[in-house]
Design a protein around this ligand. Structure first.
Ligand SMILES: Cc1cc2nc3c(=O)[nH]c(=O)nc-3n(C[C@H](O)[C@H](O)[C@H](O)COP(=O)(O)O)c2cc1C
Length: 227
């Protein structure tokens, strides 16, 4: 399995979302899942913000693009290719001002590409190209936005991620939200991290089980072909 792992926290060693993503990958290894990681730190390799040249080039039909337009889209093309080549996506990020870090938004703007990551079917429907991908979002939040909390209605992160990747064909992404990690007492923060780790261990076990089933099916298919 090929996993694209994207980190988006401005913090490094002290980042909880980065640590939780590493924890998830360790759990997958412990579950004996074989995988390669294509790693991207969008705080270091930040995709360019949408500018006028990009906005025009991206909606110009491929066969009508000039050399300059193709050059404008080259970095986005390369990022889309990485995304499409992966079997699974692990995106780790903090909540910033109730939504996603701007560097991750820049990533979404770069990989949401007509004719590449989503296609127009003949009947006009949009067909997202990430339908076969497993997708895990690991988010860290300072406040507690779980159901019933006074901050519940402030969560603009979960719907934004669900919509952006739903458009690209991701029907059922998994969310592990570590919260509250800042605006709470130490006990509540520790409990939040423990909850998140438990949820990540469960997701790792589910992915491992999915891989075992897929491998068994592939082996059975090979056997049928040999016979
Ligand atoms: C600029 C900034 C904005 C933030 N905005 C929010 C917010 O709107 N809601 C929230 O719950 N936490 C907010 N936080 C807190 C972080 O989401 C929280 O500390 C998180 O655990 C950071 O993840 P990290 O350790 O991976 O960087 C903000 C933190 C920063 C630095």
């Amino acid at each position: 399995m090929k996993i694209m792992h994207v980190d988006a926290s401005a913090k490094r060693e002290r980042s909880n979302s980065r640590a939780l993503a590493r924890y998830f990958l360790e759990r997958l290894r412990e579950e004996r899942v074989e995988f390669d990681v294509d790693y991207l730190d969008v705080t270091v390799d930040t995709p360019p913000h949408v500018n006028e040249a990009f906005a025009i080039a991206t909606y110009t039909a491929a066969q009508e693009r000039t050399a300059a337009m193709r050059a404008t889209l080259a970095a986005s093309d390369a990022l889309c290719a990485r995304l499409l080549a992966a079997d699974a996506l692990v995106f780790a990020m903090p909540m910033y001002n109730w939504s996603m870090p701007s560097v991750f938004k820049a990533f979404i703007d770069s990989v949401t590409r007509t004719g590449v990551t989503y296609l127009h079917a003949e009947d006009g429907h949009i067909v997202g190209q990430l339908g076969r991908h497993k997708v895990l979002f690991i988010t860290s939040r300072g406040a507690d936005l779980r159901a019933g909390s006074p901050y519940e209605s402030m969560d603009a992160l979960t719907p934004a991620l669900t919509a952006a990747f739903g458009f690209l064909g991701v029907a059922a992404p998994t969310f592990v939200d570590a919260q509250p990690l800042q605006f709470a007492n130490p006990e509540a923060r520790t409990a939040a991290l423990e909850r998140a780790r438990e949820e990540l261990a469960t997701v790792a076990a589910q992915w491992a089980q999915g891989e075992r089933v897929a491998n068994q099916q592939a082996e059975a298919l090979c056997q049928t072909v040999v016979e």
